[in-house]
Ligand binder design. Structure first.
Ligand SMILES: [Fe+2]
Length: 204
């Protein structure tokens, strides 16, 4: 079974003005599509990789080819990222459970957002900022390139609750070098309903 590009769950211009239509069109239709295509090429080249879920591949990524790490990570990260965004006003609010955990584990929403943005801004080159559940507690972390906290090579492993793509391709057309401005705008289009669902599953 080949991996496929999931459709965006909203229109390409639905996240404006936080993320512009052209960025979303290229990001989804070109960048994410390329990860899918190259992942399929890498899996097709090695019979032992056939019929594994993407999560299975990521969990054992240290033993797999670099092309699977880069493109499998790229496919999984972006598939989730689209779902973690929603048009402004449509993403709901953190659940009582998630909000309580943010208070208890991360010092409250304001400090969490500042720490998350700092993790994203400090990630050298390309990568991702993450909110994960690790040993039952929330933690803010980041990964380089298309790595993620599901990978056995990640410094901080856990279940993802929220993630932000900090590759230049995610923001450069609108924000140029101003990654912190993009991360600030990110909070206005977070799909908390999806984050709540992921948090509940991670704790379940
Ligand atoms: Fe991206």
């Amino acid at each position: 079974m080949a991996f496929t590009l999931p459709p965006l769950p909203y229109a390409y211009d639905a996240l404006e003005p936080a993320i512009d239509k052209e960025t979303m069109t290229i990001h989804h239709g070109k960048h994410h599509q390329a990860y899918v295509d190259k992942l399929n090429d890498a899996v097709a080249a090695d019979a032992s990789l056939a019929d594994h879920s993407i999560e299975d591949l990521l969990a054992g990524i240290s033993k797999l080819p670099k092309a699977v790490r880069n493109n499998g990570g790229g496919h999984w990260n972006h598939s989730l990222f689209w779902e973690l965004l929603a048009p402004a006003g449509q993403g709901g609010e953190p659940s009582a459970e998630l909000a309580a955990a943010i208070d208890a584990d991360l010092g409250g929403m304001e400090k969490f957002q500042a720490d998350f943005n700092a993790a994203g801004a400090a990630q050298f080159g390309s990568g991702w900022a993450w909110l994960i559940v690790q040993d039952g507690k929330l933690k803010v972390t980041s990964t380089p390139n298309q790595d993620n906290p599901l990978m056995d090579v990640a410094d901080e492993q856990g279940a993802v609750v929220l993630g932000a793509d900090v590759w230049e391709h995610a923001y450069y057309l609108k924000y140029q070098n101003r990654r912190p401005d993009y991360l600030k705008a990110f909070w206005g289009i977070v799909n908390w309903n999806k984050a709540n669902e992921l948090y509940a599953a991670a704790k379940g």
